[in-house]
Structure formats: structure tokens, C-alpha cells
Design a protein around this ligand. Sequence first.
Ligand code: ASP
Length: 334
Amino acid sequence: MRKTVMAAALTAVFSTAAVAESPIGLVIHGGAGTIERANLSAEQEQAYHDGLRLALEQGYAVLQAGGSSIDAVVKAVTILEDNPLFNAGKGAVYTWDEQHELDASIMEGATRNAGAVAGVKHVKNPILLAQKVMTESVHVMLSGEGAGQFALEQGLEQVDNSYFNTEFRYEALKRMKAAQGSLPHQAAVAADPNWQMGTVGAVAIDRDGNLAAATSTGGMTGKRYGRIGDSPIIGSGNYADNSSCAVSATGHGEYFIRYQVASDICARVKYQGLSAQDAADTVIQQVLLPAGGTGGVILVDAAGKLGWSFNTPGMYRGMIGSQQPLTTAIFAED
Ligand code: ASP
């Protein structure tokens, strides 16, 4: 009898523990922009959903196995980098000089450690290099040749720059050059609503309540002269702080840098007491849009609430969490 009571009491304790288990979650994006149903075939749409789903499943498996949010975002972003559909890693856009220069960053919310790389040309997965900068160097950001040298020292997989080539990105560069080659870069971007953008990113919360954010991109089609966007800039395209939220951004980088989008969202959570969703909506819709900046963000807060916000017709995106079934979406109306 006593044994039964004890057993019942233990069960009660364990089930309370199970209910109280802290939430885990993962949100990803594959770029925002003029993504409209009319411009995507049913097969293309399906391929994007499949690519997002794979990254979510594999990244979430890391969290379910008790892995860290850093490992989960790295997993998800690596998968998106390897997918030629997205503008990061394989499938990165072309620079004006028909090369690929890649940017990436990562940040850990518990420690606010961060790593970033800009203008790298031969590292197959720039997010892995950003992570190495965070964990194996005394610096936060490495660029160009120095970043490449560091990648060699760290034994990361190297590829020829042509590995990143894809036909459809090359066509985009040719179209852009034909239409707007004579305009300065900023004017060219402003003049073309179909500007080829894109980036991939992930934010996550793990069982320990730690947040992380990771972002990786080829930048913007036809970018020139060593241009660096917001994606590798901590606070602009990527930010994580356990006391507020984790954010990964995509969009017209020059605006995201000037408006410090990712850290502005987290600051509003921290100092104004806004929910991460309200803070993101405010910055994306009421600050960025009137200024002329287009794009979006994904986010997770310290309580495990997942979200996104964007001011473009579409953003490739998806989420999964303890209380959130796996979902992927493309268009604003999805
Ligand atoms: N933010 C990226 C950049 O400006 C591009 C994008 O996300 O679409 O490099």
C-alpha cells in the first residue's frame, strides 16, 4: 500500500517536472524580398518548402537530443548554405565582378560571445568559420584574406569560388547589369523592386533556456568593391542576448546596418518591456519601412516564444517548438 502511494507520489513529481520542462524552439528564414506566388512554379514552391523543412527537422533534432541552441542554429544554417536555392553558401549571388563573397555571423545569448566573417571566397560553409572565430580566436570579426587564412588553419573545407556558381544567379546578375549597370549601386537597388536578395538564418532556444542566432549570406546581386552587408555585423543582421531575444535578419543590408535592426529589437524588449513580436513589428513596419528599408527578421524570446516579422511580399521561413508544430511558409498571406 505504502509502496503504491510512494509510486504515485513519484509519478506526480516526474510528471510535474515533465510539464515544467523549459521550452525548446527553432525559427529559420531563407531570405525576404519580392517573392510572389505568380513568380514561383508549384515545383519551385515545393522545393523551397522541402529545403526549409529539412533544415528545421535537423536543427530541431539537435535541440530534442539536449544539444545547445548554438549547435542547432549551426546545423540549420549549414543545411541551408548547402542548398543552392538559397543565397548563402552554394547558390550565393554574384558580385559585379562575377565572384562570390560570403558573409556570416553567430552569437550566443548566454555569454554574448560572437563570431563573424566577411568577404570570404573559399570556405564551403561560412557559418562554420564564424563559429570558429567565436570559439577559437580572440576576435569577433575577420574579413577577406585574413578570414581565409584562419579557415585554412582551422582545417575547414575549402572550395574553388566557382563551387558557389548557379545558373539562375548568373542570369540575375546579367539582368541586373543590363538594366542598371550605369547607375551607382544604391540607386540601382532603389530603382529595382525585384532586386535579388536573400540570406539564411536561424534562431533557437535550448533546454537550458539559452538563445542563439546565426546568419549567412552571399549578399546582394552585383555588389561592388568589397561591400559588406548587415549579415556579419553583430547588432545589425544578427543578435542574441538571453535577457531579451535572439534575432536573425534578411533584407536590404545598408538599412539594417544604419538602423541596427537586430539589436534595436532586443533593446526594445529589454528596456521598454515589449514582447519580442511587438518590438520586431515596430522596428520592421514603423521604423524600417518608412525609411525605405525592406526585409524581415525571425526571433525567439527568453520564454521560448517564436516569431517573425517582414515588410516584403514574402519571406522563406519556418518554425518548430515544444508547443509549435513544424510549419513552413513563403508568402505574406501564408
Ligand atoms: N541582408 C543581406 C545583405 O544585405 C541580403 C539579404 O538578406 O537579402 O547582404
